[in-house]
Design a protein around this ligand. Structure first.
Ligand SMILES: Cc1cc2nc3c(=O)[nH]c(=O)nc-3n(C[C@H](O)[C@H](O)[C@H](O)COP(=O)(O)O)c2cc1C
Length: 370
């Protein structure tokens, strides 16, 4: 097996959003992620050597204003994945693709190319559109919410045929009609893993019936509710004859004491948070996404500044490992991490948290560099 997504670790690990300035943290605090290629290379190689399973870019085309202009500098996700694949040798490297903005014939070849460069470690995160202003940059049609998922299903059906079907074929769909389609080489992996973060009923149905990983927003952090949410999703996939992994986004603040970690969180969120950018972001959610109701959005405001609505892993290494036990209990298979300072805090994660995860049986001993 070439792709570590399917290894036996009870809690898999990944990094999210390092292709965007500020990563997932909406703050003016010191040492936020500037997003340069030398820093990207350093973090990607460090993660790969430590055996992290996933490196995931997000697809963003425009910043959110405010003093940080959060996420305004972004590397394009397929070309990013291609380069990251070439400098790593273990982690699964994802591209995140807005499927309405790229034709399946081109995208399928991009995916196959990266799968070859990585030696069979590629994965595709399918997104259907979140922010209308990004689509306006392309002059692209902003379809009705649920139709976006029907479009994505046809797009993926077409791409999957391109990845697997030998020889030429015609494709007749609602949106795509194509003649004598041909694409070589096929990907290295017999099946390319697909991730999707749909949270609405249509999004969940798409993830359950089409994806190998659902990237979930936990609607409540209380364990019983979380467990029920994850069990529902996995049951939906099973009804469709599939097994699906559930991953969540976590923001990490690890310090020598719990109090120090909480103080730093408070500092970068309450004292240094970019409330203008987060309000812009939440306005867009309120208008354009059906995932979260307004009350829940209010509760999540703090978490959006802290780490884009993710789940907090805040405290000492011991506190964090105990919290990960709870996530395993909920049924979470993997966490995609973000920090204020990716470089320093990833190094600390590898040195201080990963050995404890191994002792706790959450992961097998750290993979050594080849
Ligand atoms: C942590 C996280 C990161 C996401 N990243 C992107 C992204 O980079 N680009 C994008 O268009 N959508 C992104 N999405 C949005 C999802 O694809 C999806 O649209 C969203 O969760 C709302 O679900 P719904 O489409 O079912 O309403 C992300 C979602 C989550 C939870």
């Amino acid at each position: 097996m070439t792709n570590p997504l399917f290894n036996d670790n009870r809690m898999k690990l990944g990094i999210i959003a390092m292709n965007c300035s500020h990563g997932s943290t909406i703050t003016t605090a010191e040492n936020t992620w500037e997003m340069t290629w030398p820093d990207t290379r350093e973090v990607a190689v460090m993660a790969d050597r430590a055996g992290l399973e996933v490196l995931l870019p997000v697809a963003r085309w425009k910043g959110y204003g405010g003093p940080t202009n959060f996420n305004n500098r972004t590397f394009e996700t397929y070309t990013w994945a291609s380069a990251v694949a070439a400098i790593t040798d273990y982690s699964c490297v994802f591209s995140t693709s807005h499927v309405p903005l790229v034709h399946p014939v081109a995208a399928a070849k991009q995916c196959a190319t990266i799968d070859h460069i990585s030696g069979g470690r590629f994965g595709l995160n399918v997104v259907c559109g979140w922010f209308k202003n990004e689509f306006e940059m392309f002059g692209a049609e902003w379809r009705e919410h649920d139709v976006r998922y029907e479009y994505a299903a046809e797009w993926l059906d077409f791409a999957r045929r391109i990845w697997t079907q030998e020889g030429e074929f015609d494709f007749e769909g609602r949106w795509f009609q194509a003649k004598n389609v041909w694409s070589e080489p096929k990907p290295v992996q017999p099946v390319l893993p697909v991730m999707n973060a749909g949270g609405s009923p249509a999004g969940q149905y798409f993830a359950a019936t089409q994806a190998d990983m659902n990237f979930v927003i936990l609607k409540e952090h209380e364990p019983e509710a979380g467990k029920a949410q994850i069990e529902r999703l996995k049951a939906m996939a099973r009804e469709a004859g599939r097994e699906i992994q559930s991953w969540i986004h976590v923001y990490v603040v690890c310090r020598d004491t719990d109090a120090e970690a909480e103080d730093y969180l408070d500092y970068y969120v309450r004292r240094k948070g970019d409330y203008e950018a987060v309000n812009n972001l939440l306005d867009i959610f309120g208008m354009q996404s059906e995932t979260l109701d307004p009350k829940v959005l209010d509760e999540f405001r703090f978490h959006f500044i802290a780490g884009h609505g993710g789940y907090p892993l805040v405290g000492t290494p011991e506190t964090i490992v105990a919290e990960i036990d709870k996530l395993i209990e909920i049924g979470i298979d993997g966490v995609l991490m973000s920090w204020v300072d990716y470089k320093t805090e990833l190094a600390q994660w590898i040195d201080r948290v990963m050995p404890l995860m191994e002792q706790a049986g959450q992961r097998s001993p750290m993979r050594k560099a080849a």
